[in-house]
Design a protein around this ligand. Structure first.
Ligand SMILES: O=C(O)CNC(=O)[C@H](CS)NC(=O)CCC(=O)C(=O)O
Length: 268
């Protein structure tokens, strides 16, 4: 169903102040829309990166109402774009948990999709340690949604390591994978995994990332990129805030799947 469309991945270096991060997100999304992008995606936890878990709970909103969701809906509507709001915390079913959620706003400002991160990042290497499962309620459902140009599948960050999540989606044209990768894992695996997911699923992929030195002291890998179905990198940004824009081409997509029909040759 793919039709040519311009898409943008926004890279951020979110700090601890949600107001400031939301203002930066609004600035970059507006900039991307002015360059003609119709589908625009923000990184994981764009409204706040904070080592203090309590801040995440204070920020979390009930699904369907709250300051963050209101502003994002208004932004999508004002610009007439599809906005993949990377991820933000929503209140979980359990009182002591939040979800790590991508909300997709359509050009009317309505929520077109909700994806809760399924695979939770528990990691220990040197003095870097993450225990996402302690505070996050895992999602259960893979999610994709249709825009007028493309069927889009969602994943968040660590999900990138689980190819079965994306393979299970119903023939998507574009994968959007917002992230906040660590530097050591990013250096070794980020580009490799992104290009592999695009090549094996013969689809476009865009990965908006956190990239740089954050107020909290944390450092993230960045390297937001857009990859085509052959695995070519159409654009990327190493570190710092900015926009990576690319055009999804129906001709290119069809050509790759015609010349090497691996997608059709699936047996299992
Ligand atoms: O917790 C927050 O504030 C925002 N969330 C994140 O930064 C998440 C969970 S800690 N990061 C990852 O999943 C990195 C995965 C990764 O780096 C890999 O798979 O190698």
């Amino acid at each position: 169903m793919l039709a040519d469309v311009k898409v943008s991945a926004i890279q951020m270096v979110s700090g601890e102040d949600p107001e400031q991060n939301l203002a930066r997100a609004e600035y970059w999304v507006t900039e991307a829309a002015s360059q003609g992008a119709q589908i625009i995606a923000l990184p994981e936890y764009f409204p706040m990166l904070n080592r203090d878990e309590r801040a995440k709970f204070a920020l979390a909103e009930h699904f369907g109402s709250g300051m963050m969701q209101d502003r994002l809906a208004q932004l999508a509507q004002k610009l007439g774009i599809w906005l993949v709001a990377g991820s933000l915390p929503l209140k979980g079913k359990q009182a002591d948990k939040v979800t790590n959620t991508s909300l997709v706003f359509d050009p009317s400002g309505a929520v077109a999709a909700r994806y809760d991160k399924i695979h939770l990042f528990d990691f220990q290497k040197g003095d870097e340690c993450y225990q996402e499962s302690a505070s996050i309620e895992a999602g259960q459902q893979p999610v994709c949604f249709d825009t007028p140009w493309a069927r889009v599948g969602l994943g968040i960050c660590y999900d990138l390591r689980f190819p079965e999540l994306f393979r299970g989606l119903d023939d998507v044209d574009l994968l959007v994978i917002p992230a906040a990768f660590t530097v050591p894992t990013g250096r070794s695996h980020w580009e490799l995994l992104l290009r592999a997911r695009a090549v094996e699923n013969q689809c476009y992929l865009m990965a908006p990332a956190q990239g740089g030195q954050h107020d909290s002291g944390r450092v993230t890998w960045g390297h937001s990129m857009i990859v085509d179905p052959w695995g070519e990198i159409l654009g990327q940004q190493d570190l710092g805030e900015g926009i990576v824009t690319g055009t999804l081409s129906k001709q290119r997509f069809d050509e790759v799947r015609r010349q090497l029909p691996a997608w059709l040759h699936r047996r299992l």
